[in-house]
Design a binder for this molecule. Structure first.
Ligand code: ARG
Length: 459
């Protein structure tokens, strides 16, 4: 018989490469604490079901705590026959407490065990991720508040469009992060469902109290079909999809800042802490942090697409393909965590150059305001659009700024232009006119800040 946990019916040896191929311990060992938490709850539940005496139960729990301690202190020694975290922990428990350890797995399968462990782990990680998202939003809000007087060009198609507040730009990105926060918190109730007590696929024959198990582990509910319980990985797909969309948002922030940090724009400068140099060109300071934030989106999308391909067409209940859920999930969670921390660092240490932003504002960006001026004098907008367009082309022809056209020249285009026109050519006024909800005026931006504070519960 083989030394494996399941070795009873086996006469032949496993191909060494097969053992390596099958072994998930290097990946799933990060679940050690959650695996033990699940086992402690299970020990209590089978005591309730009359499988363990109170003494056996406490012996098992003490042993499990010792195993956990060995992991935490780096003293856990794995052996070749450990296939995954579940077999490793059970093997070690047996070494510590003897044959009574063999009662722990009564009625239990690794199929429900791994589903339980991953859900418990992801629940914890999701809470940490939610905190990182809140932290990032508050960094955006603080800057937006402090730098509310700074104006910059707003772009469409990366062409100068209309003046906006720098704060308005910051908050536009904070908005995406805030919906990411909302979406992620909506995943929690679906992650937090208990598969434990489902057996390998068909259910538990020892009248295990699944409600008790769920309560012990802080699950919000029970997966009420044992086949689903062992095979449902939708919560992982949801997390990976969430992570993909969030990385899309992060990559767009990164792209904006990469552009704004070029010498050609010069609106922002990254702190040394988030830049790197060139091994060849001594003058270079590159925005590698931002480029990685942009680039890592691809990695996370890949995890989502890859794992969906794994799930697609799987037959019912547990199949070993499902072991492939961990690498993409663990890597996506780590990538998101690091990305949110790096982005928070970048945003909180970024220098801005308001005079450069101001210098990039050009009078043609007020052409819409010029059209709006005539709207206020009763001219239909479709006409004022053309009139203003003619003024822009006249200024171009005369090689002067739009604001430098003589009143007479403008009157030649439309008689309704008058002295009060001067007020149009003022960037601050242009921004302040956009004071409807969601606009770039100071009062509208302040309102946005207020709403953010309420959502994330900031002071
Ligand atoms: N390591 C496995 C996984 O991660 C645990 C479940 C294995 N169950 C089994 N019957 N082979 O999916």
């Amino acid at each position: 018989a083989s030394a494996k946990l399941w070795g009873g019916r086996f006469a032949g040896k496993t191909d060494p490469l097969m053992s390596l191929y099958d072994n998930s311990l290097p990946i799933d060992k990060i679940l050690f604490g959650h695996d033990i938490t699940g086992s402690i709850a299970y020990a209590k539940a089978i005591e309730k079901a009359g499988i363990l005496t109170p003494i056996e139960r406490s012996k098992i729990i003490e042993g499990l705590n010792q195993v956990k301690n060995e992991w935490m202190t780096g003293n856990f020694k794995t052996v070749e026959s450990d296939e995954d975290i579940h077999t490793a922990n059970e093997r070690r428990l047996g070494e510590i407490i003897g044959s009574v350890a063999g009662k722990l797995h009564t009625g239990r399968s690794r199929n429900e065990q791994v589903a339980t462990d991953v859900r418990l782990w992801l629940r914890d990680e999701t809470k940490k991720t939610l905190d990182l998202l809140r932290g990032l939003i508050s960094i955006f809000i603080h800057r937006a508040e402090k730098e509310i007087d700074v104006l910059m060009p707003g772009y469409t198609h990366l062409q100068r469009a209309q003046p906006i507040r720098w704060s308005h730009f910051l908050l536009s990105h904070a908005n995406y992060i805030q919906t990411d926060l909302q979406r992620l918190s909506q995943l929690l109730p679906r992650i937090n469902q208990s598969p434990l007590g489902a057996g390998a696929l068909a259910g538990n024959p020892f009248s295990i109290d699944r409600q008790f198990l769920a309560e012990q582990l802080g699950f919000e509910g029970i997966i009420n079909n044992s086949l689903t319980a062992v095979s449902d990985r939708d919560f992982i797909v949801e997390w990976l999809s969430w992570a993909s969309l969030t990385m899309t948002h992060i990559s767009r922030i990164a792209e904006d800042l990469i552009i704004y940090s070029t010498q050609e724009f010069g609106f922002v400068k990254l702190a040394d802490a988030y830049s790197t140099g060139s091994s060849l060109m001594p003058q270079k300071k590159n925005p590698d942090s931002l480029e990685l934030l942009r680039g890592k989106a691809g990695r996370v999308f890949g995890h989502m697409a890859g794992f969906m391909c794994t799930l697609k067409s799987l037959p019912s209940s547990y199949n070993k393909d499902l072991q492939e859920d961990k690498e993409p999930l663990f890597d996506a969670v780590k990538t998101i965590s690091h990305s949110l921390q790096i982005l928070s660092g970048v945003i909180s240490t970024l220098s801005i150059f308001p005079e450069k932003m101001q210098a990039a504002l050009s009078m043609e960006m007020l052409a819409t305001d010029l059209a709006d001026y005539l709207v206020m004098k009763g001219v239909p907008f479709r006409e004022t659009h053309h009139i203003s367009g003619r003024a822009v082309s006249l200024a171009e022809e005369k090689k002067v700024a739009l604001s430098e056209l003589k009143l007479d020249d403008l009157k030649g285009i439309n008689v309704l232009f008058e002295e009060d026109l001067a007020a149009v050519f003022d960037f601050e006024k242009s921004v302040e006119r956009r004071n409807a909800i969601g606009g770039t005026s100071k009062s509208s931006v302040k309102k946005q800040i207020e709403e953010f504070r309420q959502v994330i519960g900031m002071q």
